[in-house]
Design a protein around this ligand. Sequence first.
Ligand code: GLU
Length: 507
Amino acid sequence: MRRVRTRYAPSPTGPQHIGGLRTAIYCYLFAKKHGGDFILRIEDTDQNRFVPGAEEYLMESLQWAGVPPDEGQGIGGPHAPYKQSERKALYRKYADQLLESGHAYIAFDTSAELEAWRERMKTQGNPSPQYNNVTRQYLMNSTSLSADEVKSRLERGDEYTIRFKMPRNEEVKFEDSIRGWVSVNTNQLDDKVLFKSDGMPTYHLANVVDDYLMEISHVIRGEEWLPSAPLHVLLYRAFGWEDVMPNFSHLPLMLRPDGNGKLSKRDGDRLGFPVFPLNWTDPETKEKSTGFREIGFLPEAVLNFLAFCGWNPGTEQEIFSKAELIEAFTLERVSKSGARFDWNKVKWYNQQYIKTISDETIASTIAPKIAENGWKCSDAQLIKYVSLVRDRAVFINEIPEIGYYFFTDIREFDLATAQKKWKAERKDLFVKLSNQLNALEAFDAANAESLIKNFLHDNSLGMGEVMPILRIALCGTMQGPPVFDLMEWMGKEMSIKRIDHFIQMMN
Ligand code: GLU
């Protein structure tokens, strides 16, 4: 069997969206499952749309997400260069091959002439005139002009493009791994430009030539390229490369959470979530967009989540390591219909992945932030702190803030709850409790717990009458770790100080 080689072929026209990252992930998973290669090719034939930094951004996000290419731009490999603008010189010969075999022709129409022609056609009742196998005979090209005219125009140095000569009334059929058989009549298709007057190939020519030269076995790409696929199939035929034509798979769109449109940056801004893997600053407008990485998502969680946007393994299992995804992934299980982006789901994934990381690792991740805040504690205390608050975090970088009161003064007390629980006549009881705690020799969680429980028993008080007060005294809020653990961590001095201060406050 042919070696499996997939490629991700983005155009560097801006920061890569998570939809693009998902395409790369599927290309990667499929290649790895079959022991093949995953290639990164930069398709920058449209120089007008080039955005500085976009290419570096792409490479960094693939690395971050854990889907590094085996060969390609930034890595190298046997088919270098992997950037189409650096391959410019090689495409012309393929365009010439098509001219010679009669599958392409030279067209002299300038953009102004074409514009004027389109306007004329519109007034004659054709709202979307196409340059195609009927209209080409009325336009300025080597199929309509005499050979002498063509020759003299070329000698004169007239600018021209090379267009594909779309055959008349032929059925183009190909099998898409996700969509099944796709069939289109060539009368629906126009004579696409393959080679531009600036000496650059268009996307269609460069894409097909490069897939051929790079020995790509499977083209896995977004649904928006499905309309281009019949032309690509015809190009493979015209070149005589049909036996090595890649297998095609067109992925479903990534949909916005509400409605049927494609997920866009605007949806993210509107609904408050990122659509880019990494932070991005627009080089022109300086507008900043936040990335999943910087918000605090773990790459493993994003990989798992994106793999499930449009694919599922057919079982209940939702947590998949990269190795498990590689094992389970098949193109046949990619769905045809769009995959809705679910912000709560990706956060859920992150929470699940945080659970798999040890307290020690999280502690060393957040240690710089703790130090930056000027908060002090030993390494062992920081690890203990992590173990006490981590369950409430969706992101690791929330962990320092979640229990800020371990390290610094309480900023706000939940007085509404405290007032419901507080009874003025119990003040002396709380003072007594504080004194007893103060007299404890070994001030640890177990001793504090048995002291408090005895105290409740001796004074006929229920847990619910005392614990909320202690909790709010120690951390300001009803949320937080177990009170006894908190006391042990803070130590006697700080615990008693907070309890006494709170008794004064409530009085
Ligand atoms: N350059 C195209 C893009 O930006 C690639 C389409 C394809 O994979 O063929 O998505």
